[in-house]
Design a protein around this ligand. Structure first.
Ligand code: SF4
Length: 360
């Protein structure tokens, strides 16, 4: 191997096995495989790779970095949710969340962008604006930080119970960063990598049509969730201005296409905003939109974010009655409905609450 005098170390966390083999050439491929196996176990130092000779550990340590990010703060909610603030190599900040359900199953909620360009009125990340896309390594590193989040600082080797599910629902619009997301998903689902079933991974989009079609055509066949919020086109454009170029009839066609190609049921996420999208006409519009689609509607009572307004009025949580009526309204319209409990509210780690600020 040759060393440059001034060298920026390459980061290995987001590389596939094939990419590692190419990078390590002319070393024999089995060396890349050894390193890959250590990486996907969350190992943070080449010197912990005990099946590598010492001189190779030193050479790798000189040339490469395993991680480019580190946990800068960790907030734990009594309900089991842990929110991690993660600082990236350039100082940008993102957040990742560990969610634990009633049965103790652990889910990692990952971000794909620092900030978000979609500017949804009800979302704290949207209020930050957009800084940049994350690369595959930055997406994967969040998983390992979260894996250890329940037991320590999130900066150690993997030692907690296994994470059962991955949801790409953190900061950012995943389908605007599909190339890097796909690279990360490739490693998550690689049988020689983390070996996740595609059915245990959910990608949530605000409804970016080209991304849905791309995912349908080129995979991976993960579960898809769409933050619909409302199927009243006028209200949706006002709440989610960046979806203006993704009108509902075309979005519906794209979802139908996704289902035909993948055989997967799609989740329609509806963040319920008190007095805004809980009207009877919202229920009717949603039922019309869902007609002919295989969907389940996931109701998410809005999680408070201080300072967020919609058309000059402060946003508010829906009342219990609004939630009940909407849920019953869905059932009456023969739609499957689930309700998300507000996990992580104590640490502002719930849906729509991520992102203090993405800069240092
Ligand atoms: S809801 Fe999702 S798409 Fe909308 S601004 Fe927030 S992170 Fe971006």
């Amino acid at each position: 191997m040759f060393y440059n005098e001034i060298m920026v170390k390459s980061v290995l966390s987001g590389l596939s096995l094939e990419e590692l083999k190419a990078l390590f050439s002319p070393l024999p491929p089995f060396r890349a495989k050894q390193v890959y196996r250590w990486i996907i176990r969350g190992t943070r130092s080449f010197f912990d790779m005990t099946d590598l000779p010492r001189d190779l550990q030193e050479e790798l340590d000189f040339r490469f970095m395993l991680y480019s990010s580190q946990v800068s703060s960790r907030l734990a909610d009594p309900d089991g949710t842990v929110k991690l603030r993660i600082t990236l190599r350039d100082g940008a900040k993102i957040e990742g969340v560990l969610l634990v359900d009633g049965g103790g199953r652990r889910t990692a909620c990952l971000s794909t962008q620092a900030g978000c360009p979609m500017a949804c009125a009800f979302c704290k990340t949207g209020a930050l604006g957009f800084l940049r896309n994350l690369d595959s390594g930055e997406i994967i590193e969040q998983f390992f930080h979260i894996q250890t989040a329940g037991t320590g600082t999130g900066n150690g080797p993997v030692d907690g119970p296994e994470i059962a599910n991955i949801v790409i629902m953190g900061m950012g619009e995943p389908l605007l960063n599909l190339t890097e997301l796909r690279r990360a998903l490739g490693i998550f689902t690689d049988p020689e990598g983390l070996g996740f079933s595609k059915r245990r991974i959910t990608v949530s989009t605000s409804g970016v049509i080209p991304g849905i079609l791309d995912l349908a055509d080129h995979g991976p066949k993960v579960r898809l969730a769409v933050s619909l919020t409302t199927a009243d086109e006028d209200l949706r454009k006002r709440l989610m201005p960046a979806t203006m170029t993704h009108p509902l009839p075309r979005l519906r066609e794209a979802l139908l296409y996704y289902q035909q190609k993948t055989g997967c049921r799609v989740t329609l996420e509806v963040v319920l905003l008190g007095g805004i999208n809980t009207r009877r006409r919202d229920m009717d519009a949603l039922a019309d939109f869902a007609e002919g689609l295989d969907v389940v509607v996931n109701l998410i009572p809005w999680n408070p974010v201080e300072g967020l307004e919609f058309e000059g009025r402060p946003l508010g949580r829906p009342t219990v009655r609004e939630i009940e009526e909407f849920s019953e309204g869905m059932t009456r319209r023969r739609l499957g409905v689930t309700r998300r409990r507000g996990k992580g509210l104590g640490v502002s780690g719930a849906c729509g609450q991520l992102g203090e600020s993405f800069t240092v």
